[in-house]
Design a protein around this ligand. Sequence first.
Ligand SMILES: O=C(O)C(=O)C[C@]1(C(=O)O)C=C[C@@H](O)C=C1
Length: 276
Amino acid sequence: MIETTQKQELIGFFGPSGTFTEQAASQVGNDLLGFDSILDVLEAVKNGDVNLGVVPIENSIEGPVGVTLDLMVHDYDLKIKREIIIPISHNLLINTDASIEDIKYVYSHIQALSQCRKFTDSMGVVVNSTPSTSAAAEMVRGRKDSAAIGTRRAAEIYGLKIAASDIQDYKNNLTRFIVLGKTDHEFTGNDKTSVVFSLMEDKPGGLYHILELFAKLDINLTKIESRPSKEKLGNYIFFIDFDGHRTDESISNILDVIKSKVGFLKVLGSYPAQRY
Ligand SMILES: O=C(O)C(=O)C[C@]1(C(=O)O)C=C[C@@H](O)C=C1
C-alpha cells in the first residue's frame, strides 16, 4: 500500500455512481462518495462526513434545480467553493437483449426527462421520474420494455447498452454544478459571487434600486433568478450572481448597502468563475 502524507479530501456527490454529478465531481478529486439525494450531500458536508459536496444547480435547457436553491437558502449555511459547468449528453439505455421497438417505459431524473421531452414524445412512451439518472439505469436492469436516460458510465456500471445517444432536445446542453464546503474560495482575480435576498416591501423600483448599484459600478451580473419566498403568494426571493469577489472593496460596499435596504441577504459564496 502506498502511504500518502497529504490527506485526500473526501468529496460527496449526488449519486449513486453513474450520475452526471459524479462526472462533475471527478474534476474535483478522486476520493468520491455517492449519496442518494441532494439533501443527503448537504447534510454530509454540514456534519463533516465529507469535506466537500457536489450538486447540480442549473441547466441551460430546463433552468434551476429548485431543491438545491431552496436547501441553500432555508436549511443550510454552506458556501460555494467552486462551480463546474459540463456539457450534458443524454443516452437512451436499454437491456442488451432488447431493441428500441420493445420500449414502452422510460425512466430518469426529472431534469433529464425535461431535457429530452421531444425525444420521448416521438417514441410514444410513458415516462416516469426516478431520484437520479443512475437510479433509473439500475431500475431498468432486466426489464426488456423499459429504458433509462443517463450517462455512458451508467450503461457500463449497470450492464446496459446505448440505443441512442445525444438525445437531448437542444444540442447545447450545459449543467452547472456547485462544490459546497464550510467556507468559500479565496480571491483569485477571476471570481464570481452568489447572493440571495428578499425585498423589504413590494413597492415600485424595489428590485431596480438594488440592480442599479451594480450597473453604476459597471459590475456584470451573470444570473438573476426569482423563487417563491414560501411565505406568501406573490412574495419572492432573488438569486443573483455577479463578477467579482466579496472581499473586493466595491463589492463589499455594495453588499453593505444592499444589507441596509433589504429584508434578508445571504452571501452564498465567492469562487473562481468558469467561463464557457
Ligand atoms: O441524475 C443525475 O445524473 C444528475 O446528476 C442530476 C442532474 C440534474 O439534476 O440536473 C444533473 C445533470 C443533468 O442536468 C440531469 C440531471
